[in-house]
Design a protein around this ligand. Structure first.
Ligand code: FES
Ligand code: FE2
Length: 413
């Protein structure tokens, strides 16, 4: 076994050509999962929902970020806010699900909150001293929007526009006013969130895991670009200027998809003839396709359980043929994801092995994977070292009697 760093093995970065992949205990450790929740996921930006869900004053939705319950709401003043969704009385939910409200009411004992988090009413608290509801407010978090999406961070280490700078130029050509949210879907996958993200970071597996997708992409044009908080893979469709690609098996297997469904007007040449698979560190992916935008958001549920949600934005279908083609696209996405989830669950079982510890990167195809591990390791290092330091500090023993750990009585006298 290699050296330990906090709750997991140390990972030494010696470049993509020489490094081993992340040690397997990074994918199974309950302690690391808890540490990530307390540190990493508080410091990063995450996509939590759609702008259209909170377009009007009074609209809100709830979500979970790291260990925090969060409500995102548009105030009467038009301001978008992200606030703690934990009632200041005894922890009940301030809001549930999504919808439109003039104010929030906790369903536990009925405290009421304004849309901006100030306390409106605390009936039944008569006789409680040193209690000033007028000065109380739900803790506020950082919130911002990007294209059609809403992002939240608890204690971000950089502003949102900096976080998304690497992918924002890709958005510029898309006719956002004409794109509609046409559907989403939620999966739970039996693997660690990092293993699922790893899988997104390379096209190496496409010929083996996705025979259908493989027919839609050109293996000769597959490029990578690494940014500060994001990276990008570009895959061309096989006949970029010609009759278009075939989405295998969906339209009878013989129809040329691009002939039936030309790319969105306004996209640049590369966007019209291929796919940008972009990833925003650490939990979001945005696929810029010739047809529209497909996003995935990832949420770690447990060390070996991960939620993946996907959201498609496409132009409004104007004919039955259009609707069919869009349904084919969305279903094709489901198929590709199902293929990914199955292989991820298998690889997760591999992470529990006592005889496998770490692998190697394909130097010319897995640089995005290595990039992800670099970003992650750099961010986790101080937290893992703090963990080490904490555990190395001996617990104080009183002079020589050897009974240092008597708990103090907490029973009230
Ligand atoms: S917990 Fe919300 S009112 Fe009691
Ligand atoms: Fe895949």
């Amino acid at each position: 076994m290699g050296a330990m760093l906090g709750p997991v093995s140390a990972w030494e970065d010696r470049g993509v050509e020489r490094s081993g992949t992340l040690p397997s205990d990074w994918y199974t450790s309950q302690e690391l999962h808890d540490l990530e929740q307390r540190t990493l996921f508080r410091e990063v930006w995450q996509c939590v929902g759609r702008v259209e869900q909170v377009a009007e004053p009074g609209q809100f939705f709830t979500c979970e970020v790291a260990t925090e319950q969060v409500v995102v709401a548009r105030g009467r003043d038009g301001e978008l806010r992200a606030m703690s969704n934990v009632c200041l009385h005894r922890g009940g939910p301030v809001a549930m699900g999504c919808g439109t409200r003039k104010a929030f009411q906790c369903p536990y004992h009925g405290w009421m909150f304004e849309l901006d988090g100030r306390v409106r009413r605390t009936q039944g608290m008569e006789g409680t001293l040193d209690f000033d509801p007028a000065s109380m407010r739900l803790p506020q978090f950082h919130v911002g929007t990007w294209g059609p999406t809403v992002w939240v961070a608890l204690e971000p280490t950089a502003p949102l526009d900096e976080w998304l700078a690497g992918i924002t130029p890709r958005l510029a050509c898309y006719p956002l006013d004409e794109l509609r949210f046409v559907g989403g879907r939620r999966w739970e996958i039996d693997c660690n969130w990092k293993l699922y993200v790893d899988n997104y970071m390379e096209g190496y597996h496409i010929p083996f895991v996705h025979p259908g997708l493989n027919q839609s992409l050109s293996p000769s044009v597959y490029t990578y670009e690494l940014g500060r908080y994001s990276n990008e893979q570009y895959a061309a469709e096989p006949h970029p200027r010609g009759p278009g690609s075939r989405v295998a098996g969906i339209l009878g297997g013989t129809q040329e998809f691009r002939e039936l469904k030309p790319p969105l007007p306004g996209l640049d040449e590369a966007q019209q003839s291929g796919y940008y698979f972009t990833w925003v560190y650490p939990l979001t992916t945005v696929n810029f396709t010739p047809d529209g935008i497909l996003m995935f958001t990832v949420r770690p549920l447990a060390p070996e359980r991960t939620e993946s949600r996907f959201m498609w934005w496409l132009p409004e279908a104007t004919s039955f043929k259009d609707s069919l083609l869009q349904a084919a696209l969305v279903n094709f996405g489901h198929l590709v994801n199902t293929e990914d989830y199955e292989i991820c669950a298998h690889a997760q079982r591999g992470m529990r092995s006592q005889v496998y510890r770490q692998g190697r990167y394909a130097a010319k195809q897995e640089m995005c994977l290595h990039h992800f591990h670099q970003l992650l390791a750099a961010q986790m290092r101080p937290h893992l070292e703090a963990w080490d330091a904490e555990r190395a500090t001996p617990s104080p023993l009183p002079n020589g009697n050897g009974h240092g750990s008597h708990p103090r009585s907490v029973v009230p006298r």
